[in-house]
Design a protein around this ligand. Structure first.
Ligand code: F6R
Length: 242
């Protein structure tokens, strides 16, 4: 896996935002895999500023988000749909009908998994997938486990993830389950870009790059993909050998 260490999250946001904008300029109907959380915010800021400046249009782009909480109304302020609207979709010229999410409130998680899988397939697959990484090495909400899961599935979130994300929930307890793309589906993306910033990610970054490839560190699977590039700030990269 190729990686770059850039001075801070804004430099990373510019670089990764440019990757997305360049792709969309080359392929107007590109299929983007998107993430939520803190890591993508500077990327989305760059995409917004490029769109506002008239340098790129997302009119024909299709998007698929990695994950969504279960048992949380779609319109709740902490749903990932709300996040995407507030942080990106409402600020660019995307057609909201081209934005796709797993339904965390589905009654049949297997039917929902198949629906989402078929949508991605019909779109021609994901051209560029954006990822953050959890402190425990998760990607999407693929928590450390005994197996790499292939297709989208319903996952019980770990105490580490609940502790990290509970800060966003001030009105209700944080959901304990989520629907997420499986590692197999993430690896089917044609290109992947991962962002990690801050010292809390240093152990996970080291395990991803220098540990064994194991579902105990889901991000380690990315080393099997030929087109992954990661961007770290100095704190996230601090424990790497070189
Ligand atoms: C979000 C997601 C998660 C986050 C990860 C890092 O859609 O799938 O894997 O990318 O938890 O979150 P931040 O960026 O908030 O540190």
């Amino acid at each position: 896996m190729k990686y770059y260490v850039l001075p801070d999250e804004n430099a990373i946001g510019q670089a990764v935002g440019n990757l997305f904008c360049d792709l969309v300029r080359q392929k107007a109907n590109a299929v983007l895999g998107l993430a939520t959380g803190a890591s993508p915010l500077p990327v989305y800021a760059r995409m917004i500023s490029q769109c506002e400046a008239g340098e790129v249009s997302f009119r024909d782009v299709r998007t698929f988000n990695l994950d969504e909480y279960c048992d949380l109304p779609q319109a709740h302020k902490n749903s990932y749909r709300t996040y995407m609207r507030q942080e990106l979709f409402d600020k660019i010229d995307i057609n909201s009908q081209n934005t796709h999410f797993l339904d965390g409130n589905c009654s049949d998680e297997f039917a929902e998994s198949e629906r989402f899988r078929q949508y991605v397939k019909a779109a021609g697959g994901i051209d560029l997938q954006l990822l953050g990484i959890g402190r425990n090495g998760h990607i999407g909400f693929n928590e450390p486990s005994e197996n790499f899961t292939q297709e989208p599935f319903k996952v019980a979130l770990t105490p580490s993830t609940i502790a990290a994300n509970s800060i966003y929930f001030d009105d209700i307890p944080m959901p304990k389950y989520a629907m997420t793309m499986g590692v197999g589906m993430i690896l089917r993306a044609k290109q992947i870009v991962l962002i990690a910033t801050g010292s809390a990610k240093a152990d996970a970054v080291k395990a991803m790059l220098e540990g064994e490839i194991t579902p105990r560190c889901p991000a380690s699977a990315l080393r099997q993909h030929p087109h992954v590039v990661a961007y770290f700030d100095p704190s996230a990269a601090a424990l790497l050998r070189k």
